[in-house]
Write a protein that binds this ligand. Structure first.
Ligand code: VGL
Ligand code: ZN
Length: 209
């Protein structure tokens, strides 16, 4: 029996093959979160998985910007956008969840990043900061009041999901041991500072959840 009540949801962010070693946008040690998350998820009654899910010509891909290389930043109508290697192209093998992820009781998989012109790090709001994925409503409808966020990558999709959860009025925490970062251009330190300022709780070890 899960010990953590259904009103606290675990959000497992983007534990996909492309974000693990050997993948198109490998996060260092990304695969190391899998056993930690499998054990953590067993303690939760409410679990949501997210899946980065882009069309092949997504505007966050450096390949769509002549003369630009991955990890450079460009201005998009909604603000600065880091350019990435092509990754998590919908329905390709790299977009699949990590094969060792073992969370059969996950109630929902939230896909994001399908709109060609807009990135979506957050599981709740796209990068235009206006378009809702609908997950806030799903959580509210089930009486969720707090979310625990983990997965890949700490400084992008995990952080933005936790920050947006705060915006929508949920309590939010991030489990460091169950997350790994890309850390480009100071992004990890910036993400932790923004999360602290927004009241996101930082939990070092999964056993402290
Ligand atoms: C992510 C960069 C691009 C993430 C997704 O899951 O953190 N990062 N797309
Ligand atoms: Zn992406």
């Amino acid at each position: 029996m899960p010990e953590i009540p259904a009103s606290t949801a675990l959000i497992v962010v983007d534990v996909q093959k492309d974000f693990c070693p050997g993948g198109a946008l490998a996060v260092p040690e990304g695969h190391a979160v899998v056993p930690v998350i499998n054990a953590l998820a067993r303690r939760f009654a409410t679990v949501v998985l997210t899946q980065d899910w882009h069309p092949a010509d997504h505007r966050s891909f450096a390949s769509q910007h002549a003369g630009r290389a991955p990890f450079e930043t460009v201005e998009m109508p909604y603000g600065p956008q880091v350019l990435w290697p092509d990754h998590c192209v919908m329905a390709t093998p790299g977009a699949a969840l990590h094969p060792d992820l073992d969370i059969p009781h996950a109630a929902m998989i939230q896909r994001k990043g399908m709109h060609r012109e807009v990135d979506s790090y957050s599981a709740l709001l796209e990068a235009d900061r206006r378009t809702r994925t609908g997950l806030d409503g799903w959580l509210s409808a089930r009486g969720v009041r707090a979310v625990v966020v983990c997965g890949l990558a700490t400084d992008f999709c995990v952080a933005w999901t936790a920050l947006d959860a705060r915006r929508f009025g949920f309590e939010a925490s991030v489990v460091e041991e169950a997350s790994r970062a890309i850390d480009t251009g100071g992004s990890l330190a910036r993400a932790w500072a923004e999360m602290a300022a927004a009241g996101v709780r930082r939990i070092a070890r999964a056993e402290e959840v």
